[in-house]
Design a protein. Structure first.
Length: 148
């Protein structure tokens, strides 16, 4: 997992050939005007979801993992905590995987917690088990999904 600012995201563009397109979307669009829901950026290769609502409180949700997409979380409003645990430290051999939605939920708990403020970017790779939306109050964020 990488946590930085939107400006700092420029440092990681070489990490994946589709990161430049994702970065351009973030800097060239009026993100505040995007309606909640899914938005296509480059077909199934890159798309985003706008999420807004109340944080899940301080109860730690289950860790989630993705096999096919890298997540780029960009916080627009509120404060969010994301729990993290390296996937190799999880016992997920027999977990049910939802291939259509590219997600599985694990029973382990996070080992680390990252605080995000508006303007922060978190790049979450398939080896990162994560628990998003921890916190109190209103959260508005964009999650860009980049096909591995």
């Amino acid at each position: 997992m990488i946590v930085d600012s939107l400006k700092g995201f420029e440092r990681y563009l070489s990490f994946h050939p589709r990161f430049t397109k994702a970065y351009e979307f973030l800097i060239k669009n009026d993100l505040a005007s995007l309606e909640p829901g899914k938005h296509s950026i480059m077909g199934k290769e890159i798309y985003c979801s706008v999420w807004e609502g109340e944080g899940k409180g301080m109860d730690i949700p289950k860790l989630e993992v993705h096999d096919s997409y890298i997540d780029i979380h960009y916080l627009l409003e509120g404060n969010e905590v994301i729990g993290h645990r390296d996937r190799s430290r999880c016992a997920g051999d027999n977990m049910p995987y939802d291939n259509e939605n590219d997600i599985a939920f694990l029973e382990e708990v996070p080992e680390n917690f990252i605080n995000l403020s508006p303007g922060n970017v978190a790049i979450i790779f398939p080896h990162d088990a994560h628990a998003p939306l921890i916190g109190e109050g209103f959260i508005r964020k964009i999650v860009i999904k980049v096909l591995v």
